[in-house]
Design a protein around this ligand. Sequence first.
Ligand code: ZN
Ligand code: FE
Ligand code: FE
Length: 294
Amino acid sequence: MLLIGSHVGFKKDTQLLGSLKEALGYGANTFMFYTGAPQNTNRYPIDNDLTLEALQLMKEVDLDYSKVIVHAPYIINLANANDEDKFNFSVNFLTDEVKRCSLLGIKYLVLHPGSHVGIGTYNGIMNIARGLNMILGKYDVVILLETMAGKGTEIGSKLEEIQAIIDKVDDKDHIGVCLDTCHLSDAGYDISDFDYFLEQFDKIIGVEKIHCVHVNDSKNERGAHKDRHENFGFGKIGFDTLIKIVYNERLMNVPKILETPYVNKEFAPYKYEIDMIRKKCFDDELISKIVDNK
Ligand code: ZN
Ligand code: FE
Ligand code: FE
């Protein structure tokens, strides 16, 4: 069954129940959320009543909670440990985040591997693995390393880098990968022949490690290293390639998550994009329909 959703909010007063209702409003059957604002560390205590109410509603609508994803905040950077305080902050905050996922019953947490900020890819990879080894194994949560665009000194724009991290992680059962189509294209990978890409991925990392796919189009040409997401089918990757990825047999049970931009920074596109993805038919008037709210 196709598992399609988007990132949704997580608010203090409604928490998981609010996230779920937002996702259902988009016609989604899965979703991803941040446990607070992605850019900061303000986090509210988890309200167990709201969690239970959400779990009950998921049962009623038959939504598979085991595939619902949390995304860690961007401020975590395990790759640079020159400033020991900053590194410890990242380790501690990520540990808290894993604990929050565990409290919520969430199995998969997506993490940007980090930026080495000048100390080199090799040292960055060693730091990331060291940080992960301080965190993994305490809770039954799987950290998914996201494939990155290669902006600045980001680590994880090459599959070999992701594999090098996984290789150095002790607890292999709790480490996996999240593909991001915008990032893969920006990193230089040709995903137009996605079966071929997956064959390469399988040789380097192993397809069974993929537990989430961010299905974003890109504003930029392949190899641009920019990381600017575009609405589904409206960027340089294009509808046909993205739809083949969404419906790829080998990733059929893996949730597909939209992180496409709001239209005019105001209108959530997800209901429309999900509808278009289900119909498998590109609608070049989609953006104007979103603005007109048709
Ligand atoms: Zn991300
Ligand atoms: Fe992403
Ligand atoms: Fe991105």
